[in-house]
Design a protein around this ligand. Structure first.
Ligand code: C2E
Ligand code: MG
Ligand code: MG
Ligand code: MG
Length: 285
């Protein structure tokens, strides 16, 4: 077993189970060392607007390039990072990186948003918004190029203080999204009161829509509800043309999923989706 083989040889953890078998305290230490050694990186996955055909936003997804392992996916370390509190430092790194990237894209005339996943533990920090604003100011990132993804369950529990701060960020142009919608049990009357621009429909609601009439009915109802409340719908986890066909009929236009593009590094992302906005190019040429 990898854990018993010591640290000298290449350990290959490819899934959450392998990492879960590792001592949590050890993983926690490794995460902190990894942060010091700058072992994390971001990949970007586009949200495509099928009306314009272009990307409207890129979701930033963290990966851990541990020197002795394969690339470790967030499912294998984000839960431990949340439990231990390391997520606060990791989240700071992500915020800083995203703000830096957004400023660079803006200078290159690319104005699509970059979405950041925010976990419960992060949002609960009293100085979360201060640190986010610090990252924005440090890099002079345009607030309108940032989007915060907050999971459905977390969104339902937000205290007045957090709701106010989110509202203030939105007034500054930051976009707020509910992530993984349809996996929790939302208080629907509360949903319409949240300071939220868009809702990301979880892939579990999409998986069977090409083959099951029931799945189609549920997905269609959820999409109709969100749109009826005046929020934008983004559908996650779109893996096939058949699913796209159903979603188009339901009235969806914004898609994220392997069928459109997999998450990829910044350079590859920009090569494919980094279309410059006409008239806004400053640093080009
Ligand atoms: P999420 O925010 O719901 O992100 C979408 C996940 O679905 C990503 O997995 C993405 O690669 C995957 N995905 C995209 N399209 C498809 C598809 O068509 N089919 C399937 N099966 N999957 C698809 P990833 O990158 O492994 O991230 C997993 C989760 O880890 C994220 O779920 C998010 O909750 C968390 N996470 C990722 N990056 C961060 C981060 O920087 N901070 C925090 N706090 N959490 C993060
Ligand atoms: Mg997300
Ligand atoms: Mg999601
Ligand atoms: Mg999520």
């Amino acid at each position: 077993h990898a854990k018993n083989q010591g640290r000298g040889r290449a350990e290959i953890y490819t899934d959450a189970m392998a990492l879960a078998a590792e001592d949590k305290a050890e993983l926690e230490r490794d995460l902190l060392v990894g942060l010091q050694r700058d072992e994390f990186l971001l990949e970007f996955q586009p949200q495509i607007d099928i009306v314009s055909g272009g990307a409207v936003a890129a979701e930033a997804l963290v990966r851990w390039a541990h020197p002795e392992r394969n690339i470790v996916m967030p499912g294998a370390f984000v839960p431990v990072a949340e439990e231990s509190g390391v997520i606060v430092a990791l989240g700071d790194w992500v915020m800083d990186k995203v703000c830096q990237t957004a400023a660079r894209w803006a200078n290159a005339g690319i104005s699509q948003r970059i979405a950041i996943n925010i976990s419960t533990r992060e949002l609960g920090q009293p100085d979360f918004f201060l640190r986010l604003r610090h990252a924005i100011a440090t890099h002079a990132a345009p607030p309108a190029m940032l989007e915060l993804e907050i999971s459905e369950s977390l969104a339902m529990e937000m205290e007045p203080r957090i709701l106010e701060q989110l509202g203030a960020l939105r007034r500054d142009g930051v976009c707020v999204a509910i992530d993984d919608f349809g996996t929790g049990y939302s208080n629907l009357s509360r949903l319409k009161e949240l300071p939220v621009d868009r809702v990301k429909i979880d892939r579990s609601l999409v998986r069977d829509i090409a083959t099951s009439a029931e799945a189609r009915t549920i997905c269609s109802a959820v999409v109709g509800l969100v749109q009826g409340l005046g929020m934008e719908v983004v559908v996650e986890g779109v893996e096939s043309e058949a699913q796209m066909d159903v979603l188009r009929v339901i009235g969806c236009t914004l898609f994220q999923g392997y069928h459109l593009a997999r998450p990829t590094g910044e350079q590859a992302y920009l090569a494919q989706f980094g279309v410059q906005d006409r008239g806004q190019v400053r640093d080009a040429g």
